[in-house]
Design a binder for this molecule. Structure first.
Ligand SMILES: [Zn+2]
Length: 260
């Protein structure tokens, strides 16, 4: 498999001969204001450009949208993607929502797996922040707090787990126990709302995932693109080197790829 970090949680995954686009957030730099009541109000979203052209990014066989927040599926993506492309949402309801934008071939991920060709895609759960305060923030601003991850399986490939927008929690632990992934992608930019409430992983969560899956290679994504992400790649890398984790956890720049 080949994993390319595009920007934020947007990834291109080449797996068992198919090319997937994960969480396409394709707006130009500075397109949106900061998310309300969240960290770094002086920044825009996204505050960096895409590393390659949109035309290049959308040359894929299928798209997976882990949830419908702006920084995972935006208007620029809806405009750029061909309306007949195969798309997987996290639920029946979100598939229906995506169909409203004109997409004709929308399926959804399931806990007992769904197939794209002979590649098995299995939905996993997560927590986009813990507690009522996080849920209230999402609802106050018209967003759902429900998120998913996905596990890729194929006989010729290692198991790949993309955890999605979640903090370290039982759901992640269960996904690791159930699927024994060898490669794990974590959204690790430590995005914070309402003062200092994390809604995705930070460095300590990454460490917890490593402890739960010590033999897996972890890739840190969702860094340095949205206003409320508070962890820089540099800070994460120094944390990893202090804890002797630099060979277990990779921190790609936008546009960087790894082959496993
Ligand atoms: Zn996100």
């Amino acid at each position: 498999m080949k994993i390319t970090q595009i920007r934020n949680a947007t990834l291109i995954i080449e797996y068992a001969g198919k090319k997937f686009l994960i969480d396409p957030f394709l707006a130009d730099k500075d397109k949106y204001p900061a998310f309300p009541q969240s960290a770094n109000q002086n920044r825009t979203t996204p505050w960096v450009s895409l590393p390659i052209s949109v035309e290049e990014i959308i040359k894929v066989d299928a798209v997976i949208v882990t949830h419908l927040h702006l920084d995972h599926f935006d208007d620029a993506a809806k405009e750029a993607l061909p309306k007949n492309i195969k798309l997987f949402a996290q639920s029946k309801e979100e598939a229906e929502e995506i169909r409203k934008s004109g997409f004709q071939d929308v399926d959804y991920l399931r806990k007992d797996g769904t197939y794209f060709g002979d590649i098995k895609l299995t939905k996993t759960q997560g927590q986009h922040g813990i507690g009522d305060k996080a849920v209230k923030w999402f609802h106050d601003f018209g967003m759902s707090e429900v998120v998913s991850g996905v596990v890729f399986n194929h006989p010729s490939e290692k198991a790949l787990y993309i955890a999605g927008d979640t903090v370290w929690c039982e759901d992640v632990q269960e996904a690791i126990e159930d699927h024994k992934p060898e490669i794990i992608v974590l959204n690790a930019g430590d995005a914070q709302i309402e003062g200092d409430l994390p809604i995705i992983m930070g460095k300590k969560d990454v460490y917890e995932v490593h402890k739960a899956a010590p033999n897996a290679t972890i890739i840190a994504s969702h860094l340095e693109a949205v206003n409320h992400a508070t962890l820089s790649r540099e800070e994460l890398k120094s944390f990893l080197s202090e804890n002797d984790l630099s060979s277990n956890v990779l921190v790609p720049d936008d546009g960087e790829s790894y082959t496993f």
